[in-house]
Design a protein around this ligand. Structure first.
Ligand code: SF4
Ligand code: SF4
Length: 139
């Protein structure tokens, strides 16, 4: 890990109930079973192009209670909801649905940047368009 990626944990800002809160949301049930093996991150298409995004790290932050840091972080909007991490996880941690829960809380509590939310449809449309073009070219 490079020096600029080292995160300082501020004890007063930790929310000890955060992990239980996520565990109680749809798909969050197995989050405490994560043993940080990193298999999810190794197969993630987003991590493969952006090392700032790492599902194992996000799960650790949730377990530590870093509620504010996680919910206000732009990285929670990078996931493409492909379920590859869930399919590979030996502990059946459903990170994709955990990500949905994080986004839900980020929107509900005003952490999500409004401008980014307004562009969500545009992001999806562009991604699908690019995929469509590549699929057609591959035929
Ligand atoms: S693959 Fe599963 S157990 Fe391993 S780090 Fe990812 S979520 Fe945790
Ligand atoms: S669902 Fe998100 S975190 Fe999981 S592999 Fe796909 S992009 Fe990565």
């Amino acid at each position: 890990m490079s020096a600029e990626n080292v995160e300082v944990i501020v004890a007063e800002k930790l929310d000890p109930g955060f992990c239980d809160e996520i565990a109680s949301m749809p798909g969050g049930g197995n989050i405490r079973k994560c043993f940080a093996c990193g298999t999810c991150a190794a197969g993630c298409p987003v991590t493969s192009i952006d090392d700032e995004y790492n599902c194992r790290t996000i799960i650790r932050q949730i377990q530590y209670g870093m509620r504010e840091e996680v919910l206000k972080s732009p990285v929670i909007w990078l996931c493409v909801m492909c379920y590859r991490c869930y399919a590979r996880c030996p502990q059946q941690v459903n990170f994709t649905d955990i990500m949905r829960a994080l986004r839900h809380l980020a929107v509900k509590e005003g952490y999500a940047p409004v401008e980014m939310l307004n562009k969500e449809d545009e992001f999806d449309k562009k991604a699908h368009q690019l995929r469509r073009e590549m699929v057609k070219k591959a035929q």
